[in-house]
Design a protein around this ligand. Structure first.
Ligand SMILES: Cc1cc2nc3c(=O)[nH]c(=O)nc-3n(C[C@H](O)[C@H](O)[C@H](O)COP(=O)(O)OP(=O)(O)OC[C@H]3O[C@@H](n4cnc5c(N)ncnc54)[C@H](O)[C@@H]3O)c2cc1C
Length: 510
């Protein structure tokens, strides 16, 4: 422990960076250690530069965000008001198979009968798996909200959901709340230099306002720059370029026009060399093209984005964001832990980045205060867990690409076995004759359940040869009942859930 922190009874955390990663981490950690309003059991300072902008994207979340916001102490309604939020009930993948308007869903609710009966052998057309076993795709196609006005905020009893929200407004709201209610200190300044003791520990950071800050733990939320972890401690990026090819994005904010619907799902539409995200907020859409410059030029990518948006793209200017796909192996090194883009980034196909921020900040919150002697043990455990998670994420994202039947070079290259990680190849070898099952995902730190793999694989038409294990066909009666029950539930939901846009307007007005 250094001089400054020894003088204080509270352990000291300095967070560098005021994007979503910085403020979400500050809020999660401070809320966990809240002593009273405005008072925290840890001494947390967040430093952010007014000269270095945030990445400005990251609008799709996971359902984990519900509990995160609740634990922080935020009202869900306030988040909707401030962040122009809307509900997200899953992802819709358009043109990912043959490119002829095909689509499949990855809904957030698991298939009916999940854990009781393996439904895939009994679904007539495997590509219709989500439809046959889950109501949520239908609810999404009808632009419905996940609950009714009579239900409490944060209630997901009817339908598992996450959010679409304005990233800038979200960081602003977290900043205000963290300062006013959670006791987080805030310094607006640029880090000019970092003092390390040569043994993977950072002693202090020097700011352009002349201040020098020391801490027990530094959290690097400085974005792609990775100022502390990457630049200072030289922790390299493990590149995933050979598996996930995308390295650039173009983003637009598209206003709604006329009598619009707010889509309660993220749509990802495959393009010649990438895909376009379409995220419905309450007040606008966030639309962006993620692509690989090894296969198309920026100009072509922008043309495809504008074609997708249509006339509304008119005068809107698109911003290019470059990224190196990969993650840092030792995300917690010495007394520095990287959270957010500073730790790593892979394409946002399943909106995994904010979820990893939530998980990482929770881990830190649970470990602090932390005696110096325990830090190497804790960091090693954290790194092991995170390496496993990154590997699983990379596999799961790649899964979306490998059964495509498209003819463009990018898609052909994506099916090349040499680009598929061995871990995923192994899984596929087994899934060929029995599909993904719950037992394949037994680690306590698992991110995607078997259901997610089933939705994506089956949605793409991957059909296991269940006949090799004939016991799969022993539960036809139960499976038939499940399919009928799903039809009933679907009808009930379609006749009772409100329109998404109407729900938000009425709820926020009440
Ligand atoms: C195209 C794209 C789409 C995405 N879509 C999604 C999505 O749908 N869902 C999802 O979960 N994630 C998504 N992400 C990821 C998500 O945007 C990020 O994980 C999230 O915004 C967190 O970013 P950050 O806070 O780590 O970095 P940034 O937003 O870049 O913030 C970095 C901060 O560090 C500060 N800083 C930098 N250097 C210094 C310095 N020297 N001194 C002081 N301060 C400094 C900056 O001022 C800034 O405040 C997407 C990312 C991209 C690129």
């Amino acid at each position: 422990m250094n001089q400054t922190s020894q003088n204080s009874s509270k352990q000291k955390i300095v967070i560098v960076g005021g994007g979503t990663a910085g403020w979400l981490s500050a809020a999660i950690i401070a809320a966990k250690h809240k002593v009273a309003d405005g008072e925290c059991g840890l001494d947390i300072t967040l430093v952010e530069s007014s000269d270095i902008p945030t990445v400005g994207v990251g609008e799709g979340t996971w359902p984990t965000m519900r509990n995160t916001l609740k634990d922080i102490g935020l009202s869900e309604k306030e988040v909707f008001k401030r962040c122009s939020a809307a509900f997200k009930q899953g992802g819709k993948f358009v043109n990912w198979v043959a490119g002829n308007n095909d689509y499949y869903y990855h809904p957030f609710t698991v298939p009916l009968g999940y854990g009781r009966v393996e439904m895939a052998p009994y679904v007539d057309n495997i590509a219709e798996f989500a439809n046959a076993t889950n109501f949520q795709q239908h609810v999404c196609e009808h632009n419905m909200a996940p609950r009714t006005l009579s239900e409490e905020e944060y209630s997901s009893a009817q339908s598992n959901y996450a959010y679409h929200l304005d990233a800038g407004a979200f960081a602003d709201q977290l900043r205000e709340f963290s300062k006013s209610t959670l006791g987080v200190k805030h310094t607006v300044a640029t880090v000019l230099s970092v003092q390390s003791n040569g043994t993977n520990n950072i002693e202090s950071i020097t700011l352009d306002n002349g201040e020098c800050l020391s801490a027990d733990l530094f959290i690097d939320c400085s974005g792609f720059k990775s100022l502390l972890l990457g630049e200072t401690l030289q922790e390299p990026l493990v590149s995933t370029d050979d598996v996930l090819f995308n390295n650039s994005a173009l983003a637009l904010h598209v206003p709604y026009e006329g009598d619009y619907e707010i889509k309660p799902y993220t749509q990802a539409t495959a393009q010649e060399a990438g895909w376009i995200w379409d995220i419905g907020l309450a007040s606008r859409r966030g639309v962006g093209h993620v692509y690989s410059t090894n296969f198309i030029s920026d100009d072509k990518a922008e043309t495809l984005l504008r074609n997708y948006v249509g006339d509304q793209a008119g005068e809107l200017s698109a911003r290019v964001i470059r990224f190196n796909s990969g993650y840092r192996k030792n995300i917690w090194k010495g007394n520095v832990v990287g959270i957010g883009l500073a730790a790593g980034f892979v394409e946002p196909l399943e909106a995994t980045a904010l979820m990893l921020i939530e998980i990482s900040a929770r881990f830190v919150a649970e470990q602090m205060p932390l005696p110096n002697a325990a830090m190497p043990i804790v960091s090693q455990r954290f790194n092991k867990q995170m390496q496993y998670r990154w590997q699983r994420i990379i596999d799961f994202l790649k899964l979306h690409y490998i059964f495509n039947q498209r003819s463009e070079d990018y898609w052909v290259a994506n099916r090349n076995p040499a680009t598929i990680p061995d871990s995923l190849k192994e899984d596929l070898e087994i899934w060929k004759y029995r599909g993904p099952q719950i037992a394949d995902f037994s680690a306590a730190i698992e991110l995607f359940p078997a259901a997610s793999y089933q939705y994506v694989l089956y949605g793409m038409g991957f059909s296991p040869d269940f006949s090799l294990q004939s016991h799969f066909y022993n539960e036809r009666d139960l499976a038939t009942k499940v399919i009928q029950q799903n039809q009933l539930i679907t009808q009930q939901k379609l006749s009772s859930l409100p329109n998404h846009r109407d729900y938000i307007a009425q709820w926020l007005a009440s």
